[in-house]
Write a protein that binds this ligand. Structure first.
Ligand SMILES: Cc1ncc(COP(=O)(O)O)c(C=O)c1O
Length: 417
C-alpha cells in the first residue's frame, strides 16, 4: 500500500526529488552565495562551454529560425514525416548503408525510443537487462510500464568487458522469460564513458546468437547511441553496425538515436527508434506496433524538430556546416576527458574504464559521503552507488586537470581507516 492521498503507486518507487537535480540545485545556491569561481558543477548532463553556458549549434539555430509556420503549427504523421524518417536514418547510420530491413519511428528524444522498445519487445513483469553501471532513467522508464531492470557486471577485474557475466544473465533471464530486451549504451556510455570495441561486439553477438539458437526465444538488442556523435571520429564509432547484419530473425536490433545532444535540441524532444532485421515482416510489424505506442502515449512528435533535420539533410552544404560545428565541440569534449584521465593517472586516482563522452566515473567506497566531502570544497558530482559520476561535459579542461587530485583527497579523508 502506498502513502499517497490520491495517486496510485502502481509498483513504482517514486523519489520525492530527482537526485541529480537536487545536487545541481545545491551547486547553484553555492554559486549565488560565494561566486561562480568557487564552485565546480560536474553534475550537468548537457554540454557546456568553458564559461558554463549551454553549447548550442548556431548552424541548427539558423535552420530553426527559418522554419515555416506550417512546420510547427501542423501535426506530424504519427511515425514521423517521410523526409524525417529518411534523414534520421542518415543521421544515425552516417555513411553506413545497412544490409538489413530498417524502419524508423520518430520519438521524443532517445527516451521515447527506450520506452517504446521496452513496451513492445517485453511483457509486463519481465526484466530488462543492462550493465551494472547504467543511466538511472532506465529504471524509471521500465517501472512506468511495469518492468524491472536486471544487470550484468560490465567489467572484469582487468577492466575488460565481463562477457561471462553478460552470458550468464542473458541465459538466466531467457530461462524465465519468452524474450529479453538488452540495453547496450555505447559508444561513450553514460556514466562510465566506455565504448564497446569491435571485439566486445563480436562477443556480445555470439552470446546473443547462442542464447536463442533453438528458435524458441526472442532477443531484442536496444543499442542506445545517445552519445555517438560525441565520442570522436563519427565514422570510426559507427564501425560496429555491419556486425549487426545477418542476425537470426529472432534477434531484433533497435537503434535508439537522440537529437538532444547531436543537434543540441534537448528541449525540442526529438529522436527516433530504428530497427535492423533480416525479415521484412518483422520490420513492418516494428513500424506498426511502435506507431501504436506513440499514439497511445505522446501521439505524434515535434514537427518543427523533424522539419529542422529534414532541411539539414536536404542541403549538403548545410549538413557539412552542422557537422563541422559539432565536431569542433566534440573535440573540446574529448580533450576534457583526456585531460581528466591523464591527471587521474598522474595522481593515482582510479577511474572506471573510460573512452570518451560526457561522463567519467570514479569508483569509491561510501560514494555519498565522498560526494558530501567534495561539496565542502565546492565540487559537485553525482554519487551513483559504487562511485561518483563526473560530467566532463559541464566543466572546462582546466578544471578537468585539477579535479582528480581533489577527488583523491576526499576519498582518502572519508575512507581513512
Ligand atoms: C544513456 C542515455 N540514453 C538516452 C538519453 C536520451 O535523452 P533524450 O531523451 O533527452 O534524447 C540520454 C540522455 O541523457 C542518456 O544519457
Amino acid at each position: 500500500m502506498s502513502n499517497y492521498k490520491m495517486a496510485e503507486a502502481n509498483n513504482r518507487i517514486v523519489p520525492a526529488e530527482d537526485k541529480i537535480f537536487g545536487i545541481s540545485q545545491k551547486a547553484k545556491e553555492m554559486m549565488a552565495r560565494e561566486g561562480a569561481d568557487k564552485v565546480v558543477n560536474a553534475t550537468i548532463g548537457s554540454l557546456l562551454d568553458d564559461d558554463g553556458k549551454l553549447v548550442i549549434l548556431s548552424s541548427v539555430v539558423e535552420v530553426v529560425n527559418n522554419l515555416n509556420p506550417i512546420d510547427f503549427a501542423d501535426y506530424a504523421p504519427i511515425a514521423g514525416t517521410p523526409d524525417f524518417m529518411e534523414s534520421i536514418k542518415k543521421a544515425a547510420f552516417g555513411s553506413y548503408v545497412p544490409k538489413a530491413y530498417t524502419e524508423a519511428v520518430a520519438t521524443p528524444g532517445g527516451t521515447g525510443a527506450i520506452r517504446n522498445t521496452i513496451q513492445n519487445y517485453s511483457k509486463r513483469g519481465d526484466q530488462v537487462l543492462t550493465s551494472d553501471w547504467y543511466w538511472s532513467p532506465y529504471t524509471t522508464i521500465a517501472q512506468e510500464i511495469e518492468r524491472t531492470i536486471a544487470t550484468y557486471t560490465l567489467f572484469d577485474d582487468e577492466g575488460n568487458l565481463y562477457i561471462a557475466s553478460f552470458e550468464s544473465k542473458v541465459n538466466e533471464l531467457l530461462s524465465k522469460q519468452d524474450g529479453l530486451v538488452v540495453i547496450l549504451n555505447t559508444p561513450a556510455h553514460n556514466p562510465t564513458g566506455y565504448s564497446f570495441t569491435l571485439e566486445d561486439w563480436n562477443k556480445i553477438i555470439s552470446v546473443a546468437k547462442a542464447a536463442v539458437t533453438d528458435g524458441k526465444k526472442k532477443l531484442t538488442l536496444l543499442v542506445d547511441i545517445a552519445y555517438v556523435d560525441y565520442a570522436g571520429d563519427e565514422e570510426e564509432y559507427r564501425k560496429f553496425y555491419p556486425l549487426l547484419e545477418d542476425l537470426p530473425t529472432n534477434i531484433l536490433v533497435v537503434i535508439g538515436y537522440s537529437l538532444s545532444k547531436s543537434c543540441t535540441m534537448y528541449g525540442m524532444r526529438s529522436g527516433a527508434m530504428i530497427c535492423m532485421t533480416s525479415d521484412k515482416e518483422i520490420a513492418d510489424e516494428f513500424k506498426l506496433v511502435c506507431s501504436f505506442s506513440c499514439r497511445g502515449t505522446w501521439s505524434n512528435c515535434n514537427r518543427a524538430a523533424m522539419a529542422t533535420i529534414s532541411n539539414i539533410y536536404a542541403d549538403e552544404a548545410l549538413l557539412a556546416k552542422v557537422t563541422a560545428e559539432r565536431q569542433g565541440y566534440c573535440k573540446m569534449l574529448v580533450q576534457r576527458g583526456k585531460a581528466f584521465q591523464k591527471a587521474a593517472n598522474e595522481v593515482g586516482l582510479k577511474t572506471v574504464p573510460f573512452d570518451a563522452g560526457f561522463f567519467v566515473t570514479v569508483p569509491c567506497e561510501n560514494a555519498d559521503a565522498v560526494g558530501l566531502e567534495l561539496q565542502k570544497a565546492g565540487i559537485f558530482t553525482v554519487p551513483i552507488g559504487k562511485g561518483l559520476r563526473v560530467s566532463v561535459a559541464s566543466i572546462s579542461e582546466e578544471v578537468c586537470k585539477r579535479l582528480p587530485e581533489a577527488m583523491l583527497k576526499a576519498i582518502k579523508t572519508v575512507n581513512a581507516k
